[in-house]
Design a protein around this ligand. Structure first.
Ligand SMILES: *Cc1c(COP(=O)(O)O)cnc(C)c1O
Length: 424
């Protein structure tokens, strides 16, 4: 459920007509609904805390690292799952306690590890033995102990898009399942590390719970094996990945179904269970507003609706063949078949092909739905376009929470070397 609804024939975010934001800020622009974010954070937490005695939830910041979004989630008691030093600084800037931050990623650098130890990071999810050895050296030299979990690759196919699948043995993430117990034992012996748990994350936009269940059962067996050998395993991090409906009327497992599966798969674990949701919290809490530049006839019978948003603003369709519903902000009731494309000079700059949409014409405003996760955060300035701005709505209030960065600002950061300046 979200708070983007039609009122008197116009699409609103909570109590604000989206056309008012488009007119004031210009397009393209991302708009987030605070009430939707809050609602998702609560529904997810409540579903899990109803069935598990001890949980910790860290929002996967890479889904939407906007400072205002993080503030909302921090206010809901969420920690952060980070994948870089830059995300660590954002989490701290949003007021998320360092102790509630989990650090994932295969390529944490020495500077990132040092800074994370310095601020008292909650949990390092080690993705290799090599990383653990390096972190132990850094922490010991600082006279500190880094709290760690070992990320395990369970070799389970999440049955999602190949580019967002992370739990198969050929993926770069985690250590091999059959080597995990030995690595855990060796890392537990190192000064500077406190090994306290296991972590797993098999992919994103997961719409079938069976692969996750299979992975969690394998993790439970590994936990029991380690405990049997005398090691402490008090925390089990089950990652994120729960999918969201990208199409109206799509029926997917929700937080309640997920929680029921987790309760069953983790029964008797006696551990704090950690989660790293991203998309399920932020996805349906955002839309990308765009204006139709023109409708161009094509060689086929399907016209091109050329909009002012492009693949640099919303990369998911070009990267993952992702679907985003498109809706006119003030639909006439007529429909049309169209290809929706952006202005970028790549054929992959296509949002929809031969799709039945609200009829639109040049100048009309529209929205790509479910753009709150992996939207603005993946934006770039390809084709010397502006970096897309972001707006947050709460009730009848709204504010720009990330400014549009104009091409002139980016141009000003470039320098021509003196030998070229002197050329003529
Ligand atoms: C991306 C990621 C997540 C979040 O995935 P969602 O599909 O957005 O829930 C969680 N944990 C790790 C380690 C990730 O890389």
């Amino acid at each position: 459920m979200d708070h983007f609804t039609y009122q008197n024939g116009e699409l609103y975010a909570e109590d604000v007509p989206l056309s008012a934001i488009a007119k004031a800020v210009g397009t393209p622009v991302y708009v987030y609904s605070q009430a939707t974010l809050t609602r998702h954070a609560r529904v997810f937490r409540d579903a899990l805390s109803a069935v598990l005695p001890s949980i910790h939830i860290a929002f996967a910041m890479k889904a939407n690292p906007n400072l205002a979004v993080l503030k909302v989630l921090a206010g809901e008691g969420y920690g952060a799952d980070i994948v870089s030093g830059g995300e660590l600084e954002r989490a701290l800037a949003a007021g998320i306690p360092a102790g509630d931050v989990v650090f994932s990623g295969v390529g944490k650098g020495a500077r990132e590890l040092t800074r994370a130890v310095e601020v008292g990071l909650g949990q390092f999810n080690l993705e290799s033995e090599e990383e653990g050895v390096e972190l132990a050296r850094i922490a010991a030299a600082m006279g500190r102990t880094a709290v760690c979990a070992l990320r395990v690759n369970p070799d389970v196919d999440a049955r999602t898009h190949a580019k967002i699948s992370t739990g198969k043995s050929e993926n770069k993430f985690g250590v091999a399942y059959h080597q995990a117990a030995a690595i855990y034992a060796r890392l537990s012996a190192l000064e500077g590390l406190e090994m306290r748990g296991l972590a797993v994350h098999i992919g994103s936009q997961i719409t079938d719970l069976e692969p996750s269940r299979e992975a969690f059962v394998k993790m439970g067996a590994l936990m029991a094996e380690l405990r049997g050998a005398g090691f402490t395993v008090s925390h089990m991090d089950l990652g994120g990945g729960l999918g969201v409906p990208y199409r109206a009327h799509e029926e997917l497992p929700g937080p309640g179904d997920y929680a029921a599966m987790i309760a069953q798969a983790t029964s008797g674990w006696d551990a704090t269970i950690m989660f790293e949701p991203g998309r399920v919290i932020a996805g349906n809490a955002g839309v990308l507003l765009t204006r139709v530049i023109r409708v161009k006839q094509s060689a086929t019978n399907t016209p091109f609706v050329v909009v002012d948003a492009a693949m640099n603003d919303l990369a998911r369709p070009a990267m993952y063949d992702a679907w985003h519903d498109f809706a006119a902000l003030a639909p006439s009731g007529e429909r049309m078949m169209a290809n929706i494309v952006g202005p970028i000079c790549e054929s992959s700059d296509t949002f929809a092909t031969a799709r039945d949409i609200d009829a639109v014409q040049a100048g009309d405003l529209g929205a790509f739905r479910t753009a709150g996760a992996y939207g603005a955060t993946m934006a770039n300035t390809y084709n010397s376009r502006a970096l897309v701005p972001e707006v947050m709505v709460s009730g009848d209030k709204w504010a720009v929470v990330a400014q549009r960065i104009e091409p002139s600002v980016i141009l000003a950061a470039e320098q021509v070397p003196d030998w070229l300046e002197q050329a003529d």
